[in-house]
Design a protein around this ligand. Structure first.
Ligand code: LRY
Length: 238
């Protein structure tokens, strides 16, 4: 699959992000493939995945578009989602149809500029480019640089964007009014109602991760919520 991917096929639909970190009980490419297959059974139209091994395993198991990224920590930069040209190329080589990259204006590892990375990928690959942004300005700039999709992924994860527990509906709406490329709503979408509200605010497609593919995080949310009641009833019982 290459640039022939028709993004209109994803309009109004859902992407499931299948990611786990070393140490998670769900860590490992085989399990990510299972999550991806389950997502497709449920009607997801594409998969988002992290790291070349997971991308390649999922690509072999599914026919839908795969959005790939590679999260890596660099000592000289806060950028960690497909931070370098080399990381982006590894994602493409693993088979991603769409490469997601941090598209903030922050300094990148080794001082590479976002513009250089985008120009290089446009010249050397057929993959579509998805800009993970945290503000309206970053989204507008990403469209100017030639990104094919802008996603609200990083809202709440840069120090200068709103830190909320909800999806950033305001950013989704502002981007949808201001740019022509498809706007994906991503980040803290935990319920079907929230996903629907993202679309009602202008999102082209919604991306859901944690609520579906990080069961330990969701379990913790339940446990934390009910623990207040349990603590109270224990105090009352003496
Ligand atoms: C900020 C960051 O690093 N986001 C990552 C991007 O790939 C993933 O950890 C998220 O799971 C993904 O964006 C989906 O969001 P949520 O898991 O909230 O549904």
């Amino acid at each position: 699959m290459s640039k022939t991917i028709d993004l209109t096929g994803l309009r109004g639909g859902m992407v499931v992000s299948c990611q786990a970190y070393p140490g998670d009980a769900t860590y490992g490419s085989e399990i990510m493939v299972r999550f991806a297959l389950a997502a497709l059974e449920g009607g997801a139209l594409a998969i988002r995945a992290n790291s070349p091994p997971d991308i390649s395993a999922i690509k072999q198991a599914v026919k839908v578009p795969v959005i790939g990224l590679w999260k890596r920590v660099y000592a000289d930069s806060d950028v960690y989602i497909t931070a370098t040209r080399a990381d982006a190329m590894a994602v493409v080589t693993a088979g991603a149809d769409i490469v997601a990259l941090d598209a903030t204006a922050r300094r990148r590892p080794g001082g590479e500029s976002l513009q250089e990375v985008v120009s290089y990928l446009k010249r050397e690959t057929d993959a579509l480019l998805m800009a993970d942004v945290s503000t309206l300005e970053e989204g507008i700039q990403a469209e100017r640089l030639g990104f094919d999709i802008v996603s609200t992924t990083l809202s709440g994860y840069t120090p200068y964007s709103p830190q909320t527990s909800d999806p950033d509906y305001a950013l989704i709406a502002a981007l949808s009014r201001s740019i022509r490329v498809p706007v994906f709503a991503e980040g803290r979408i935990h319920t079907p109602e929230q996903a629907r509200r993202c679309l009602e605010n202008g999102a082209h497609t919604v991306v859901v991760g944690t609520a579906l593919t990080r069961p330990h995080v969701m379990t913790r949310k339940f446990v934390d919520e009910i623990s207040h009641v349990r603590d109270r009833s224990q105090v009352e019982r003496g």
